[in-house]
Design a protein around this ligand. Structure first.
Ligand code: C2O
Ligand code: CU
Length: 482
């Protein structure tokens, strides 16, 4: 009988070394189906954005992926209160940056080229230093030419542990499709048909870089299972078979907990589950029910006992660190999500001032689309000439509660993401969801979703669709908290 020592899993050192020696990227550490993990927390970390080759499942040839390390989807863990000290080194042939999705960090560390920092050019580096104010399941990714950079795999996972509730095991599961042909070559990341509709779908579905992997878990144990949708396009309807699952957290925000039926998980959305694993040899499957035929994304195989004996597995919401919205004195805004072929035109806008004081009035071609297909409130990103920033969608005094009605006037779903803030999902006209905190919310076709948050983080913040082709072709705007 195998025994799982969580510390050994978290170290992942052997696989890292092997990958480094071979000079190729690996999908996952060994064949446990797990991603390799590194504990940070005050320890400086270097993230080298670089092209590496690996063989994707089923492909006859190798694929030039872009990664931050020796492996796809590196997982970094730290405890609440510890700091992130990550230096991005750009070894790509184009500029990049790192956005820490869902982290309510300082504006200067938000990683949006021309809005919070200058792009990190090839050969340059940039240090991101911040202390995440919340525990949760986060990820990080670039913010220009995202369809290609994220499409090639450039992303990583950041787990901030609250330390209050321990599980027998804690497993990360990253869902991402790849757009490759049978030889493993990338197909176009953006297509006219996809960009103007629901987005361009990948050809190969993976979990932790493998096709429907088996993930080893301890038997008869309570495990935390963190599911992240890092795909650029696909909305899944996630369910579990073979165990009772409770939803512990949405976008990393712990909630009262409820029994999982299925949960609609759009691009960039995350869901943490608490699972009771079966006896040795038993299996739990993670399923996407969205397609006509349910798709098995991964199988958890119980294969051993837990080392270290039982731990405290109490569940309950963590103390709220998020300011409660004051709904009666809120500022109301409606943001219409629409199709738009006509770029807006605002000739005399003042330039945006970066946190370091530098003034920006022009974007470059990597951060601006050549096609305008979508808009927020009639304002596509960027505006005419495809090089000027649009005006802010709203300017909020610090401390204001804002109630945002997201009105989808299109026949497509849009997972809408707000930077720098975590919002409460108050109501939705179609898809019923319990009230919860999130940083990304799905707005179904013709749906109205109301969210609210306290604008307590000063700076210039993006709000955009996380179907990356929609973001890249106009469904992106920004607001200012002063
Ligand atoms: Cu993951 Cu601007 O987003
Ligand atoms: Cu969209």
């Amino acid at each position: 009988m195998k025994r799982y020592d969580r510390r050994a899993v978290l170290a992942g050192g052997g696989a890292f070394l092997a990958a480094q020696l071979s000079g190729c990227a690996q999908t996952t550490a060994g064949n446990s189906g797990r991603l390799s993990e590194t504990r940070i927390g005050g320890t400086p970390l270097t993230l080298t954005a670089q092209e590496r080759t690996l063989t994707l499942p089923g492909a006859t040839g190798s694929t030039p992926v872009w990664t931050y390390g020796e492996e796809l989807f590196p997982v970094y863990r730290l405890r609440l209160g510890e700091s992130v000290d990550a230096t991005l080194v750009n070894r790509l042939k184009e500029h990049t940056s790192i956005h820490w999705h869902g982290v309510r960090g300082p504006n200067a560390m938000d990683g949006v080229p021309y809005v919070t920092q200058m792009p990190v050019q090839p050969g340059e580096s940039f240090s991101y230093r911040f202390t995440p104010p919340d525990a949760g399941t986060f990820f990080f990714h670039p913010h220009c030419n995202t369809a290609e950079q994220l499409g090639r795999g450039l992303s990583g996972i950041l787990i901030v542990e609250d330390g209050e509730r321990a599980f027998d095991d804690d497993i990360v599961c990253v869902l991402k499709d790849w757009r490759v042909d049978k030889d493993g070559r990338f197909l176009p990341f953006i297509t006219a048909e996809g960009a103007g509709r629901g987005g361009t779908f990948g050809t190969l579905r993976t979990a932790n870089g493998q096709a429907s992997p088996e993930i080893a878990v301890p038997a008869n144990a309570t495990v935390r299972f963190r599911v992240l949708n890092l795909d650029s396009t696909r909305v899944s309807d996630i369910g579990v078979q073979g165990a009772d699952a409770r939803v512990l957290a949405i976008d990393g925000n712990v909630l009262e907990g409820f029994v999982l039926d299925t949960w609609r998980l759009g691009p960039a959305m995350r869901m943490d589950l608490a699972l009771r694993t079966p006896a040795e040899g038993g299996k739990i499957t993670l399923i996407d029910y969205f397609a006509q035929e349910p798709v098995t994304l991964a199988t958890l195989v119980a294969g051993g006992s837990v080392s270290g004996g039982p731990r405290n597995t109490a569940t309950g919401p963590t103390p709220a660190r998020l300011a409660a919205p004051d709904l009666t004195n809120a500022e109301m805004h409606e943001l219409k999500l629409s199709a738009s072929a006509t770029p807006s035109d605002y000739p005399d806008l003042p330039p945006i001032v970066l946190p370091d004081g530098r003034k920006i009035d022009l974007l470059d071609s990597l951060c601006s689309t050549t096609r305008t297909l979508w808009a927020i409130d009639g304002k596509p990103w960027p505006q005419t000439g495809h090089e000027r920033l649009p005006p802010p969608l709203m300017t909020l005094a610090r401390g204001t509660t804002v109630r945002l009605q997201l009105t989808n006037t299109t026949p497509h779903v849009h997972p809408m993401h707000v930077h720098g803030h975590t919002f409460k999902v108050l109501s939705a006209s179609k898809l019923k969801r319990p009230e919860h905190w999130a940083d990304t919310v799905l707005v179904l076709p013709e749906e109205r979703v109301e969210i609210a948050f306290v604008a307590d983080n000063p700076g210039n913040w993006m709000i955009h669709c996380h179907i990356i082709e929609h973001q890249d072709t106009g469904m992106m705007g920004w607001f200012r908290v002063v």
